[in-house]
Ligand binder design. Structure first.
Ligand SMILES: [Zn+2]
Length: 222
């Protein structure tokens, strides 16, 4: 697993022009400290960087822009929650727990009976029948295969349970978003946003995990 950084934006904020991630910097000016986000490429290579228009973003207005986008999506898009759920359910699709076939158990049981019968018959005859070994091998291999298949199903079921739990967690996250979240929430941003591309003109292209894509401009008031 990759290290989870302190700032959610470290993982999702990307320069649209050169593709490098944005990095947080703390600037000191006139004794006042302020955080800004800059393209890593620009930080390392200055004017030699391949991106010429990547803006430096002040953290506070950047945070405001992202929270505005989140609030807009949640408020103005009635389908948002539905789409969000659908997205998760689509991921869950391969892990349906409803159709766990119980015939594995029946099959295993009947094969075990078959094997017992084979052993009994063989014992009655008092001598090892010619095909006993082959039969025994065939049945035990079949049982093993079925047991493996059953194990896979059980593992998938467990997987699905975890998704169900995540789905519930996300739902409760969404409930906390409504009606308005003003303050920047690292965890919320981590959960809801997949990536943010920074374009010239302080334009953000925000890709939500749900698939929704939004444009948001970072406003500067000072
Ligand atoms: Zn760049």
């Amino acid at each position: 697993m990759s290290h989870i950084s302190k700032y959610a934006l470290t993982e999702i904020l990307v320069c649209s022009e050169c593709g490098h991630p944005y990095r947080r910097q703390v600037w000191s000016k006139y004794g006042q400290k302020s955080a800004v986000w800059r393209c890593e490429n620009r930080l390392k290579n200055g004017t030699k960087a391949s991106c010429k228009n990547s803006p430096t973003l002040k953290e506070e207005p950047l945070h405001n822009a992202i929270m505005t986008a989140i609030n807009n999506v949640v408020e103005n898009n009635g389908d948002f929650i539905g789409a969000f759920r659908e997205n998760v359910i689509r991921v869950m699709g391969g892990y349906s727990t409803k159709d766990i076939p119980t015939e594995y158990d029946d099959q295993i049981e009947s094969l075990q009976k078959e094997m017992l019968f084979l052993i009994e018959e063989n014992a009655k005859q008092g001598a090892v029948a010619e095909d006993f070994d082959d039969e025994y091998k065939r049945i035990s291999e079949e049982i093993n295969e079925l047991k493996k298949a059953k194990l896979r199903l059980v593992q998938e079921k467990k997987q699905a349970d975890r998704y169900e739990q995540r789905l519930m967690e996300m739902d409760s996250t969404l409930k906390t978003v409504r009606p308005q979240v003003k303050e920047f929430d690292e965890e919320l941003v981590r959960r809801l946003i997949k990536s943010i591309k920074v374009n010239k003109g302080e334009r953000l292209r925000i890709q939500f995990e749900s698939g929704i894509v939004m444009e948001q401009i970072v406003d500067y008031y000072d």
